[in-house]
Design a binder for this molecule. Sequence first.
Ligand SMILES: N[C@@H](CCC(=O)N[C@@H](CS)C(=O)NCC(=O)O)C(=O)O
Length: 219
Amino acid sequence: MIELIQFPWSNFCAVARRILEASGADFKITNVPNGERSLVWKITGGKYYGVPVLRDGRKVIFESGDDTQDVARYLDRRFKLGLFPKNLAGIQDVVWRHIEDAVETPEFKLSDSHWREYVPKADTLGFVRHKERKFGRGCLDRWAGERKQLLAQFESALAPYEAMLATRPWLLDERPRFVDFDLYGMFYNFLWSGHYAIPQSRPRLREWYGRVSKVKLAA
Ligand SMILES: N[C@@H](CCC(=O)N[C@@H](CS)C(=O)NCC(=O)O)C(=O)O
């Protein structure tokens, strides 16, 4: 059985988890604290400390670079999910880079600004240190003060996706592809704290999110 090593609110973990659910495969989830990744370090032979990571029998799958989709591509090949068809090669690379930058940046800051409500007590030191080492001292409180601007940035970054859904049920095609799952993960993390809803100005994305949250992929 495939094992997904993750933490529950992570946007990138939500991408892998939703692909696994949609595939219909049996899988199990192992949660690690955000600030304590010794399991990940051990099973990757000291090569990776990020999540998600997959364990499939003796194979351990994790991103080999900053600009890879090794986990999603592995699941796509393993379960023949059709997430990366040849005719969308290149296009998807451009779109997922936009999702993981223009959409993800305001999204994770909004979500993280509510960290006190959901990061387990034992993990708070690791969480704050990790964020402040990367984004500077006081970043979490700063993001809480910037929610209005961050929400405006997030809403604006979603405009192309709302436009894509004007003429088709999924972002690029007549069926879900990788970028649908990638954007799903960002929304999952955005909605995690319970303080936000998908903006009113994005009605097609609201409806699409309901569908991508449940969709099953035929092998
Ligand atoms: N491009 C990677 C990004 C993964 C990523 O940034 N994961 C975060 C958690 S959401 C992480 O583990 N970052 C490294 C760290 O926290 O030390 C992917 O698609 O999996």
